[in-house]
Design a protein around this ligand. Structure first.
Ligand code: Q9C
Ligand code: ZN
Length: 781
């Protein structure tokens, strides 16, 4: 199960034959340079290379009218003058005699990729194509797009493979209005797009790109638009959008396939997007998506016009598809105020359709950034990220980001071994895939004795031997020899082993260690509260923040659902803390089902750059093994199957959804040890709406928790906390487009069934009934 790379050299043939500054950026070098970089990095060689085929006219007909296809066929014989005249009939389009051939190859490449993934030949893949597709419509070319590659692939997946739920993630910086129109009344395709919008003042200047366009009829709630109203959005904004909008809905939708309209004009340096996300961010976004649909992710290139930024972003995405751990995200992990407003706005607009977004009344709805709730222009407050000079130094930013990326690549070479599994006893029945090592090595006796001496529980041979493997595995992760590991410990020694592992990690190379302790595991008493360790205990009777770096919460079942817990609290914490090692410890009475624990570990791998060590109790090992060990280059799962993941929706998902709120911290493994530097910035979005206690300010990551979570954590400010009423009018209907969807119930109740089986042969469906759903998501208490 590998990664496919679909390409054909012929797609470099189409080019602009006359002067047109708007269109000249869509050039053949976009493909040649991206491919060259993939080769230089040795990434192309690791993929299954597939030569693109042409889509048939019948396949094009899944989306386009016969007349439009015939018109395009005719362009092959036109002269330059005629091509230019025809191009002028469309917005931002140029035709070339080779356009029809290229566009058929582009659509065919997407189809081939979907076939390769859905037949199980590969786990995931990328189609490197041009012309792009997401602006093209049933009978119209638009925005450099001729045939709608991703839409055709989605229709094909439904028709030829019988799929019932397809998620399209469009991270191109332009709104893929073509995809939106094609599926706006179709509940089997969930379309998510973020795009530069600037309150409608950016191309393609459409009202239906705003948050209140949610789909029509049966498709109501299955179109999700996240407009960026300012340029300069970056890593923190994109990650926040995933954690607080896309992933909650995606888990609830439970796709069988994820298609990515992978435009990289959303990356730093792009002249169209004027955004600041660095190429590494696309590795993070990719791996966050890989926990969905059993990892079936098909990416198809859309835009991306800064050749170097595009190429590096493509490399990052392919590396993530191959399962390599992502590089840490650079730059301040603090979302822009304007981004948080957009996120709030789309959450409010989608709340009627998604259980995971309900209880919106608990969260304030923000007014547009330049207006006060009363509608008058509010004075601009200096200091926030939104007050950066409007002139974006696009090229200068790109140079800095791309050279720092090259440094990062040298600093973090991919570990030779992806996953190691350390057992207390050899289990003959356990067959590990080729890239998972059965860990036998152990730390030197002398060293171990020193570590074990203070702990009675480690006196026993069995516990002592297990500790040896854990410590050696830990060192190997920190030394970059192994990416992630799983180690079993005899149950009575769990707490002591964790204690030693923390101390060992801190004394070895971990400058910041995140410990996620599930079950009855107490924070080691002598653990310094110096910001180097963030202790998150999932077990407590009540939620409490005993200190900045000591957080205890009840089992997720009582804090709004396990998924919301991970997405709204654990991952924002991890992204803010930027740990260089994560220890996940499943202690006595941890109460997590294996898929839940696997999901926790898989998602934590992303902010942790892969460096996750999971400590499980010996007794629970059998259960983990049942979860299935996968083979090949299957990414992110720490070798545990994420599929079948217990299905959504679940009533406990309600509430606890929040904005992402993160911290400015030095990059992981920064040269000087010590806690992250915290900048205490008066963050106006927090004032008067969300808890504004000192903790909120010093630990800005957690400002994003909604008031309910805040109160549960005991962090709500004493002075003047209030939850403003949702502001009427944000989700206002506009004239000219129907905004009422009276027939639509909650999205998930209308979710069709799936015929697909997971990689290990167990069916992804039929869906359990809602009662079973509740049970499967709520850990037994
Ligand atoms: N300065 C794709 O990225 N020009 N198409 C907009 C605004 C059209 C972009 C002009 C951009 C089309 C696939
Ligand atoms: Zn674009």
């Amino acid at each position: 199960m590998g990664t496919a790379l679909v390409y054909h050299e012929d797609m470099t043939a189409a080019r602009l034959l006359w002067d047109d500054p708007e269109c000249e950026i869509e050039c053949p070098e976009r493909l040649t340079i991206a491919l060259e970089r993939l080769r230089q990095r040795g990434l192309e060689q690791r993929c299954l290379r597939l030569a693109a085929r042409e889509a048939s006219e019948e396949e094009l007909g899944l989306v386009h009218s016969p007349e439009y296809v015939a018109l395009l066929r005719g362009t092959q014989a036109l002269g330059t003058g005629e091509l230019q005249a025809l191009s002028g009939q469309y917005d931002a389009i140029y035709f070339h005699p080779s356009t029809f051939h290229c566009a058929r190859l582009a659509a065919g490449a997407a189809l081939q990729l979907v076939d390769a993934v859905l037949t199980g030949a590969v786990q995931n893949g990328l189609a490197l194509v041009r012309p792009p597709g997401h602006h093209s419509q049933r009978a119209a070319a638009n925005g450099f797009c001729v045939f709608n590659n991703v839409a055709i692939a989605a229709k094909h997946a439904k028709q030829k493979h019988g799929l019932h739920r397809i998620l399209i993630v469009d991270w191109d910086i332009h709104h893929g209005q073509g995809i939106q129109y094609i599926f706006e009344d179709d509940p089997s395709v969930l379309y998510f797009s973020w795009h530069r919008y600037e309150h409608g003042r950016f191309w393609p200047y459409l009202q239906e790109s705003d948050t209140d366009a949610v789909g029509q009829g049966q498709g109501c709630g299955f179109t999700v638009n996240l407009p960026w109203n300012q340029v300069g959005m970056g890593n923190a904004d994109y990650v926040a959008a995933f954690l607080h909008v896309l992933l909650p809905l995606a888990f609830e939708f439970d796709p069988e396939l994820v298609l990515v309209a992978a435009g990289f004009d959303s990356a730093v340096g792009d002249p169209e997007g004027q955004m600041q996300a660095t190429p590494e961010c696309f590795a993070h976004l990719t791996q966050l998506l890989q926990v969905l649909a059993c990892g079936r992710v098909c990416a198809v290139l859309e835009g991306g016009y800064h050749l170097e930024s595009l190429s590096q972003s493509v490399c990052m995405m392919v590396q993530a598809l191959l399962g390599d751990p992502p590089l840490p995200l650079s730059g301040p992990m603090e979302p822009h105020r304007s981004a948080l407003e957009s996120i709030q706005s789309v959450r409010a607009a989608q709340a009627p359709h998604w259980m995971s977004l309900q209880q919106q009344d608990a969260a304030p709805v923000l007014s547009p950034s330049t207006r006060s709730p009363e509608g008058s222009i509010s004075p601009l407050l200096p200091g926030g990220p939104e007050f950066k000079a409007p002139v974006v130094q696009t090229e200068a930013q790109a140079v800095v980001a791309l050279s720092s990326l090259l440094d990062q690549l040298r600093l973090y070479p991919t570990p030779p071994l992806r996953t190691a599994v350390a057992l207390t006893e050899l289990d003959a029945a356990l067959v590990l895939p080729p890239d998972v090592l059965h860990w036998e090595r152990s730390a030197p006796q002398k060293e171990m004795q020193a570590w074990a001496r203070p702990h009675e529980a480690l006196a026993q041979d069995k516990s002592f031997n297990a500790l040896g493997k854990v410590l050696y595995l830990l060192d190997s992760i920190l030394d970059g020899q192994v990416s992630s590991g799983i180690a079993a410990t005899p149950a009575p020694a769990a707490a002591a082993t964790l204690d030693v592992a923390i101390q060992r990690g801190l004394s070895h190379r971990a400058q910041r260690l995140l410990c996620v302790a599930v079950g009855q595991l107490d924070r080691p008493l002598d653990l310094a509260d110096d910001g180097r360790t963030l202790w998150l205990n999932i077990r407590g009777k009540e939620a409490a923040a005993l200190s900045m770096f000591h957080v205890s919460t009840p089992l997720p079942g009582t804090t709004g659902g396990f998924l919301s817990y991970i997405l709204a609290l654990v991952l924002p914490l991890a992204y803010g803390f930027q740990p260089n090692l994560v220890l996940v410890a499943l202690g006595p009475a941890h109460g997590l089902q294996a898929p839940q624990a696997a999901l926790l570990a898989a998602l934590l791998r992303v902010p942790a750059g892969g460096r996750v060590l999971v400590l499980v109790e010996e007794v629970s090992w059998a259960e983990w093994r049942c979860c299935g060990v996968t083979s090949g280059e299957r990414p992110v799962t720490l070798c545990f199957h994420l599929c079948p993941w217990p299905r959504n929706p679940h009533p406990s998902l309600q509430g606890s959804w929040s904005r992402h709120c993160v911290e400015r911290a030095p990059p992981a493994w920064a040269p000087s040890p010590g806690p992250p530097q915290r900048t205490c910035r008066p963050w106006s979005i927090c004032e008067g709406s969300w808890g504004h206690s000192g903790k909120c300010c010093r630990w800005p990551l957690l400002k994003g928790c909604d008031p309910v979570t805040w109160r549960r954590l005991g962090w709500t400010s004493q002075n003047g906390h209030r939850d403003p009423a949702p502001r009427a009018g944000v989700n206002r209907p506009r004239t000219g487009r129907p905004r009422q969807c009276p027939e639509a119930g909650p999205a998930s109740t209308r979710r069709p069934e799936s015929p697909l089986a997971c990689a290990d042969g167990r069916p992804c469906s039929p869906r359990p009934g809602s009662k079973q759903l509740s049970e499967s998501l709520t850990p037994p208490s």
